[in-house]
Design a protein around this ligand. Sequence first.
Ligand code: G4P
Length: 193
Amino acid sequence: MSYLKQKMLTDSVVVNENVVKVDSFLNHQLDPVVLKEISKEFVEYFKEKEITKIMTIEASGIAPAILVASEFDVPMLFAKKAEPSTMKNDDQYSTDVHSFTKNTTSRVLVSTKYLSPDDKVLIIDDFLANGEAALGLMDLVEQAGGETVGIGICVEKSFQPGRQKLEDKGVDVFSIARIASLANNEISFVEEE
Ligand code: G4P
């Protein structure tokens, strides 16, 4: 069993049948051992792909994404959820991302300087729930004329529709911990083949 899955069984908190809290190692305090193990798994899975850039969305995707970028020796670009004053004069690609969890829609953006038609992008994120964040990132890559070559997810809630929506777009989705259910305050993972 992967290190992340073991860590989830020992250190996460099931909040309710839809939400699991991973604040002690992934979402608030960060455990470098967990992050390094996560990065190794992504690199092993995606190593045959030609990748020019790693992309994520702030905030919690940044930590795993930078470790993966370091392994592939490519830049890591994170989409911003608010426009900083320093980007006001920059040309931007932007897209709306709806969060079903929070019931909010936010406009996320990147400077056009950092995505090009030559880019082959691997998207990395901490959670996959409804897939909206990943679809938004794919949209930014598409606006630039680039290609999303894969999506790497730390924790996938497989009982929610995110994976299906991404696979419907024809993209290769690899998740390290796939949660089948959080019922009865217990994490059960999707059986590995
Ligand atoms: P989606 O992108 O797959 O559609 O997910 P959704 O809108 O449902 O989730 C919105 C936010 O909630 C995301 O973080 C996502 O990582 C997080 N999230 C979703 N389900 C869970 C869960 O079961 N546990 C935890 N811990 N987080 C969950 P965000 O708002 O972008 O926050 P952050 O990246 O700034 O931490």
